[in-house]
Design a protein around this ligand. Structure first.
Ligand code: BES
Ligand code: ZN
Ligand code: ZN
Length: 464
């Protein structure tokens, strides 16, 4: 989708059709008022005569306008117009939301369809939008698109090696570093917890380490992503209806790739690293088992009582590797628990950690970015549920309540004292994969976490 910006005012722009915002169903002062009344206007209506798509917006804020622009583009794409003009407000926040929403509406995943439906709508026309704003929206959308494509790619193709290859080629395009640790190197790193999860798969695990190191860096951020290219549950096998969609268990890893690419393209003065634990959780004669005790890179032993709680086993070794980089901020992203989806619903992701202020700042920036988030509190009672009788810690809690928090507290056991205040855990299991379209998210991978983390990174540059 191309964006064209015109110097003249909105009315004078020549486009095949236009969008008009309707504020909370108020039709007064609209040119097509009578027709819209006859059409019993509710959410959206196209008036053929004036080639205007009227889009209802409940409130004049960025969330409603972002969604409105997204819906408008998706609606128009079923028609024959090649260009559309969309009104903006000379307000950076609102106009950015509109641009990102409209771009997001152009997303289509048809790689595996024999017949591809070409996107008829090709150009978005705006009046008086700043180049900087368009660039930011374009960069964010490109990252969302990459993440969505990767998450949507089926597990037969999107293997750990595939994620590594894509990471390398994307890094090369931007001139940032990408080191891929193969099985031997992962062994040398003593990441035995991660390796145990990978053992029954015929796909070799990869630990992918990307880095962006500008000269003027003000802080060092390390993102760690759960990259389970498939989660069958392992020997604690998932029931078949829960196994479907588990190609999306790589969403955290893919998001952390999208985040570093966006930050590098925005030229933010931050040193950023992304560590992706790319692994497949399968069954087989050599599979790791419930009852096994694993050793981890941080030196703690782990009793396995459920092989489906594999994400945390991959993450702790990646978090250990990440901490050797001496981050100022350490953020992990993972589709970690079904419990988080039960607790917060499928639209909201969970923020956990020990630093109240950091959690609040992140929450604020995430909400500003248009993502829905909520803080989940750690407590000492839930911590006791992951005590093990035979090892240092157990990979599942002895009680099923508070599963998102006990998973977060398991990760916390592997965070060194000096990093406790620098660490955030984001459980994106709810919004990472969309089965019923909502907000600016089409069916499939959503790119959850990308907008929030990039907005947080931007805020770090503004504050100092
Ligand atoms: N990948 C799943 C979590 C998940 C569930 C993500 C639904 C997205 C949607 C994770 O590896 C898992 O299976 N977790 C278990 C943990 C349990 C065994 C303690 C879960 O949530 O049931
Ligand atoms: Zn699992
Ligand atoms: Zn998983």
């Amino acid at each position: 989708m191309k964006i064209e910006v015109f110097k003249e005012n909105f009315e004078s722009i020549q486009a095949d059709c236009s969008v008009a915002w309707v504020w909370d169903k108020n039709l007064d002062n609209l040119a097509d008022k009578t027709i819209l009344q006859e059409l019993n206007f509710k959410d959206m209506a196209l008036v053929q005569g004036s080639k205007t798509l009227y889009v209802n917006v409940a409130q004049k804020n960025s969330d409603c306008l972002r969604e409105g622009a997204y819906k408008a583009v998706r609606y128009l794409n079923a028609l024959t117009y090649k260009s559309v003009k969309i009104p903006t407000f000379l307000d950076e926040e609102l106009d950015y939301a509109i641009t990102l929403g409209a771009l997001s509406g152009s997303y289509e995943f048809d790689k595996y369809k024999s017949e591809k439906k070409p996107f008829t709508l090709q150009t978005l026309c705006f009046s008086n939008l700043s180049q900087k704003l368009i660039e930011k929206a374009q960069i964010l959308f490109d990252s969302l698109k990459l993440v969505r494509d990767l998450v949507n790619t089926p597990p037969c193709d999107a293997t750990p090696s595939y994620l590594a290859e894509i990471s390398k080629s994307e890094a090369q395009k931007l001139g940032i570093e990408c080191k891929v640790l193969d099985k031997k190197e992962i062994e040398r790193e003593k990441m035995h917890s991660l390796l145990s999860v990978a053992r029954a798969s015929s796909e070799e695990p990869k630990v992918i380490h990307l880095s962006y190191k500008p000269k003027n860096a003000k802080a060092k951020l390390v993102f760690v992503g759960k990259g389970l290219t498939y989660d069958s549950g392992g020997l604690s096998l998932k029931p078949s209806e829960f196994m479907v969609t588990m190609k999306a268990d790589k969403s955290g890893g893919c998001a952390s790739l999208g985040i570093i690419l966006a930050i590098a393209r925005l030229n933010l003065p931050l040193e950023v690293h992304t560590i992706i634990g790319a692994v497949e959780n399968m069954i087989g004669g050599n599979a790791y088992k419930p009852d096994d005790v694993l050793s981890s890179r941080e030196g703690k032993s782990i009793e396995v009582r459920n092989t489906d709680a594999e994400g945390r086993l991959v993450l702790v070794d990646c978090l250990s590797y990440a901490q050797d980089l001496a981050p100022d901020y350490l953020i992990d992203l993972a589709t970690l628990t079904g419990a988080c989806v039960v607790g917060l619903g499928e639209y909201t992701f969970g923020i956990m950690g020990h630093n109240e202020e950091l959690k609040s700042v992140f929450e604020r920036e995430a909400l500003k970015s248009g993502e829905l988030v909520a803080k989940l509190p750690f407590n000492s009672h839930i911590r006791k549920l992951i005590d093990s009788k035979i090892a240092d810690i157990c990979n599942v809690a002895s009680n099923r309540y508070g599963g998102a928090i006990s998973a977060g507290m398991f990760l916390s056991e592997f965070i060194r004292k000096e990093n406790e205040q620098k660490w955030l855990h984001l459980d994106i299991a709810g919004p990472a994969y969309v089965e019923r379209e909502w907000d600016i998210n089409p069916y499939g991978g959503s790119g959850a976490g990308v907008r929030a983390c990039v907005e947080f990174a931007i805020s770090l540059c503004e504050e100092k």
